[in-house]
Design a protein. Structure first.
Length: 239
């Protein structure tokens, strides 16, 4: 029989700030605090939770860094929208634009996005497909406008992701898309690159309209490969 000290590592005590952070996160998970809601002022929060203001301030700062809370100009602490773009901000800060990371990211997107598209193919209703088709018309007019195209591209992919009707797949796919945009900003989004993207989107919508899951998955793979190639080419041109 071994000594207890050999079996168990010492248990580290949580600081008051950590405990406060966990309590606030638990309130968000339970729905007691919702996205966009304002928290009481720091002084009141400290009194409510019976902790010092420095401990409360430390907890709030930590949750701001994580993208869970946000300070608005003029005062006030708010729960963020809790979207992937907010929650992934710290991760994006640490992910460097390297070729290895680009390879890994697009491999992950290929695995996730093709399955999401297959599921969406049988779940999108006719109005959703009509909406995607209307987006294509807009995108054809935006090949000279990279910023405008990004906005439309996000809406296009979000429509497909949401149609998959799986909250876990949706969150993963959204997260990978947001991370991908960090790399896409480094890419030379020339008219020819954006025109290729529109053509890829057209093939995806055609597959969706035919309810052909294999065709949709193949079109998504081709699209991701195009994005991957243009991103890698552009990164090679970076200083």
């Amino acid at each position: 029989m071994t000594a207890a000290g050999e079996d168990f590592a010492p248990i580290e005590r949580q600081s008051l700030a950590e405990q406060v952070s966990r309590r606030i996160l638990a309130m968000i998970r339970s729905g007691n605090l919702k996205a966009g809601e304002q928290l009481p002022p720091e002084r009141e929060l400290a009194q409510m939770m019976q902790v010092s203001r420095p401990s409360m301030r430390e907890a709030l700062r930590g949750l701001q860094i994580l993208g869970v809370l946000r300070m608005r100009q003029g005062g006030g602490i708010y729960v963020t929208t809790l979207e992937a773009s907010d929650l992934l901000a710290p991760l994006q800060f640490f992910i460097s634009l390297t070729a290895a990371n680009v390879d890994a990211l697009y491999e992950a997107r290929r695995l996730i996005d093709t399955e999401v598209a297959r599921r969406a193919c049988v779940r999108l209703n006719e109005s959703d497909i009509a909406r995607l088709s209307a987006m294509l018309e807009v995108q054809r007019q935006l090949i000279q406008d990279p910023i405008g195209y990004r906005v439309s591209d996000l809406e296009f992919h979000q429509t497909i992701i949401s149609a998959a009707a799986n909250p876990f797949l949706e969150r993963v796919a959204q997260s990978l898309y947001v991370l991908g945009m960090e790399y896409r900003r480094a890419a030379a989004e020339t008219p020819s690159v954006l025109a290729r993207s529109v053509a890829d989107h057209e093939a995806i919508v055609a597959g969706m309209s035919a309810r052909d899951q294999d065709a949709v998955a193949a079109a998504v793979e081709r699209h991701l490969h195009s994005v991957y190639v243009s991103t890698r080419d552009a990164m090679g041109q970076l200083p």
